[in-house]
Design a protein around this ligand. Sequence first.
Ligand SMILES: CC(C)(COP(=O)(O)OP(=O)(O)OC[C@H]1O[C@@H](n2cnc3c(N)ncnc32)[C@H](O)[C@@H]1OP(=O)(O)O)[C@@H](O)C(=O)NCCC(=O)NCCS
Length: 230
Amino acid sequence: MATWSIAPLHIEDLDEFVQCQFLAFVGNPLHDVVYPTQPASAEKHRKAINEGSKLQADNEIIYLKAVDIRSGNIVGGIKCCYYVGEDVLTSSPYAAGITDVEAKATDNDQYCCYVVNEFLGKRASDIKGQHARKFIAKDRKHGWIIDILFVHPEYSRRGIGRELVARTCSMADRRGLKAIVEASPAGKRTYELCGYQSKEVVTIPPKQWTDKPVQLYYWMEREPLRQVRR
Ligand SMILES: CC(C)(COP(=O)(O)OP(=O)(O)OC[C@H]1O[C@@H](n2cnc3c(N)ncnc32)[C@H](O)[C@@H]1OP(=O)(O)O)[C@@H](O)C(=O)NCCC(=O)NCCS
């Protein structure tokens, strides 16, 4: 019997959610760049949740947590975004990341800025607007993206990651939406088990920052189980 359960995240869970997120992502170079510190990341999520609640009913930022039933502790989490229209990529959850980094001037900040811009620039050119290369819905206006997925290292390989992704897959299926994710090497298998297919291996070279790694992730897509007519 499962010793964990999944539930929607409450705003008061945010610090614990981020603490677990950081534990799970130790050693992931892209996470270090996109989410530089725990307090800044918690703030970013808080802003996303607050902004999310102000969005139209069709636009949602969905956070789920996995909880150890015995201890009550958060042991995993997922964040995904559903949006209508083009606003998602210019609204605060994304743009905030870039602005935060650009405002600072150290060499490392400049590197972070470069990586975040490459990462989000690719996302924008691939899925945003009428000229998007890899639009999600047939009408090119609806998007479904998993933004964060993590499981506490002590709870890994128990099926928690897979269940978190599966929950969001059913949400996308209900809306007939194609879903995308920029998967880490560690996450790729979990997504494959939920029906995502890798379409592209993306690398971000270190350019002049020769002490930095090549950033690598998989652009993955999942077709909905049923199509909804729009
Ligand atoms: C990726 C992650 C969420 C998987 O969570 P999990 O609860 O361990 O995953 P599951 O138990 O549902 O396992 C799903 C599959 O992934 C595999 N898997 C789990 N961790 C893995 C890892 N580190 N490397 C490769 N495969 C892994 C499992 O073997 C399982 O496949 P199997 O059933 O065929 O054996 C977790 O390892 C994690 O938080 N990693 C660090 C953060 C990260 O990279 N997140 C993904 C961002 S896109």
